[in-house]
Design a protein around this ligand. Structure first.
Ligand code: MN
Ligand code: MN
Length: 464
């Protein structure tokens, strides 16, 4: 049951469309390197496509009706879009779900220190990372500093060609005899991921400040440029990510190399499919883009929160048909594609995969009936009947798809958010795009999979 390479089926018009999508996707990745930046960009694109804030519509006392396009945002990090259909909401929705947080290094609350005339920011990594991959790369800092007066300072350093970049050092090869004997997990340890941010001491300091002259200089720059003081780090969310733009990859330009494609490749294609849906659907369409997946879907902006449920309750209320039972029915009767990236088969590491059940670059959107580890632990095991329905939708609409599981049995594993949505009793299956070097600073996907994923989401919204 080998699946065909999707590239072999394209005509010129499709290739043009694919390149257009790839360009818009790269631009989205460049604008959204954090969950907050992603939400800001998603709201901007949604508003341009006619979406309005659900909250402000309700505040104005406007009734929600079929054909309305509304969005809800939680803490600037989680967002849900609804395109209200003609059928009753308690009959369920067609939901595209993905996550917009990605592995990175977070700046600690008390981060700044100086050692031997070099100034550093201490970090705590977020999500699963191979720490040795994050050294000796140009890095950027994105995020916000919330000040006591209630103002928010937005920070983005390292992306413009004129910007300085940040950096984490590694030991030179000449002195690495001992380091290279260590296990890969210990070569670079978590506390060694400190960001080098300065080396120039401030002159003419009083004696008691002289030992921190480089740090003082950094603080002065932060104060001049952003109006922030050292204590303001206490209420900041600053994320260290690879600096630079998403790029085409390969001489044939068939792939994209970029930071954060887990899971922004699924988030962007889901969003694009949602925004493209112009006619009022029968069944309400929804695109839910969540935060905190990489650390277990925790917190007020993760999938385990009540954000989605509350948003659907508000929607029902706005339509004048809220009841606890209507809410439960709306959720239970829904169908979801829980979209997240799949491990792409990598011939260099072939022993980690079982070839018949691996995801391949270029063979289309991936369906994972289950994820999890060991005996499927932590997995949502999608219902066979539902898998059949999704297969039919994809086949009927010429969407290239493949099925896979995450590597060989007992080689490791991983979870997604599907099992959380499944708690409502809705139909949900993991789907998504195959990635090479998942969770590395630069990840690789195939443009054809990007294209097929979007096609799949469009077909799902219209037919699920
Ligand atoms: Mn993911
Ligand atoms: Mn991940």
């Amino acid at each position: 049951m080998e699946r065909r390479n999707a590239w072999l089926s394209y005509k010129e018009a499709e290739e043009t469309e694919m390149e257009k999508l790839a360009k818009a996707y790269r631009e989205f990745l460049d604008k959204g390197k954090t969950e907050r930046e992603c939400v800001a960009e998603i709201v901007k694109e949604a508003e341009a496509a006619g979406y309005e804030s659900l909250e402000s519509k309700l505040e104005k006392g406007e009734k929600i009706k079929a054909g309305d396009k509304v969005y809800a945002v939680g803490m600037k990090k989680i967002v849900a879009l609804f395109h209200v259909g003609t059928e009753e909401l308690s009959g369920g929705m067609s939901i595209l779900c993905a996550h917009i947080d990605s592995p990175r290094l977070d700046v600690k609350q008390n981060p700044l220190y100086e050692d031997t005339d070099l100034a550093y920011l201490d970090t705590h990594y977020y999500g699963g990372v191979k720490k040795y991959q994050w050294v000796t790369l140009p890095l950027a800092m994105h995020g916000v500093v919330a000040k006591k007066d209630g103002s928010i300072v937005e920070i983005s350093i390292g992306e413009d060609a004129e910007d300085p970049v940040l950096y984490i050092t590694d030991l030179l090869i000449h002195l690495s005899g001992k380091q290279l004997q260590k296990k890969a997990a210990e070569v670079i340890e978590g506390e060694m991921l400190d960001i080098l941010i300065g080396s120039r001491p401030l002159a003419d300091l009083p004696d008691d400040k002289k030992k921190d002259a480089v740090k003082q200089n950094v603080l002065n720059i932060l104060n001049e440029k952003y109006g922030i003081e050292e204590e303001d780090f206490l209420s900041a969310e600053l994320e260290i990510v690879p600096a630079g733009k998403a790029r085409d990859c390969g001489l044939d330009r068939s792939m994209i190399a970029a930071y954060g494609q887990d899971d922004r490749v699924c988030a962007y294609t889901s969003l694009a499919a949602m925004l493209e849906m112009e006619e009022t659907p029968k069944r309400t369409g929804c695109c839910l883009l969540v935060d905190k997946e990489e650390i277990g879907s925790v917190g007020a902006t993760g999938m385990q929160s009540r954000f989605f449920e509350n948003s659907v309750a508000e929607l029902l209320d706005g339509m004048g048909c809220y009841s606890e039972l209507a809410l439960r029915r709306a959720l239970r009767n829904s169908s979801m594609l829980s979209s997240d990236v799949s491990a792409g088969y990598d011939p260099a590491y072939g022993e980690a995969f079982e070839k018949k059940n691996a995801a391949y670059l270029g063979r289309g959107i991936v369906l994972n009936k289950f994820t999890g580890a060991r005996g499927k632990s932590g997995s949502n095991d999608a219902n066979a009947e539902y898998v059949a329905r999704v297969r039919r939708i994809f086949d009927d609409h010429n969407v290239a798809f493949q099925t896979a599981e995450l590597g060989k049995v007992d080689f490791g594993g991983g979870g997604t958010i599907a099992y959380i949505a499944a708690l409502y009793g809705m139909e949900v299956i993991d789907s998504g795009v195959a990635v090479l070097s998942m969770h590395a600073p630069w990840e690789i996907i195939s443009k054809s999979d990007l294209y097929e994923a979007k096609k799949g989401y469009v077909a799902f919204l219209k037919n699920a």
